[in-house]
Design a protein around this ligand. Structure first.
Ligand SMILES: [Cu+2]
Length: 154
């Protein structure tokens, strides 16, 4: 084998190693969920329900879906959205099938007037300064714990 053929083989080998390394760290398949800015709204004194918000980002290359939320703060927790009816009146309703898709390389913002996590049957009034513990359940990424401070909307 002459020296330029050797050099070519070595370069091929280095490229192959590089490809294997890339695949092993970060180039893999699947969703990658990150939760940003979780917060919950203070609840009025007689309110029986509250709401929590956050940004759910998926940095992976596969869709995932939020399929449920659990916590001790209220009797039940549902994923809700706001819709405008035929009379142009805004209502909230549970997201169909309690399944909110978080697209690959995308994000879904839960915010007042849009998607939100509905805390139904609050066990106590939510006051500024406290923290609401929630466990988000994702179809592929499993469970993720989130701490949502109670504060006024920005
Ligand atoms: Cu709601």
């Amino acid at each position: 084998m002459n020296s330029s053929a050797k050099r070519f083989l070595i370069i091929l080998l280095i490229m192959a190693l590089f490809a294997v390394t890339l695949a092993a760290c970060g180039g893999g398949q699947g969703p990658k969920i990150e939760i940003k800015d979780p917060w919950a709204r203070p609840s009025p004194k007689m309110a029986t329900s509250g709401a929590a918000y956050m940004i759910i980002e998926n940095k992976g290359n596969e869709d995932d879906a939020l399929i449920g939320v659990e916590g001790d703060v209220s009797d039940a927790i549902e994923i809700h959205e706001m819709v405008v009816d035929e009379n142009n009146v805004m209502h909230m309703k549970p997201v169909e099938g309690q399944r909110l898709v978080i697209p690959a390389k995308g994000k879904v913002e839960l915010k007042p007037g849009g998607y939100h996590i509905m805390l139904i049957g609050l066990k106590h009034q939510l006051q500024e300064g406290e923290v609401v513990d929630l466990t988000l359940k994702f179809e592929k990424s499993g469970e993720m714990k989130v701490q949502a401070p109670v504060k006024m909307a920005k």
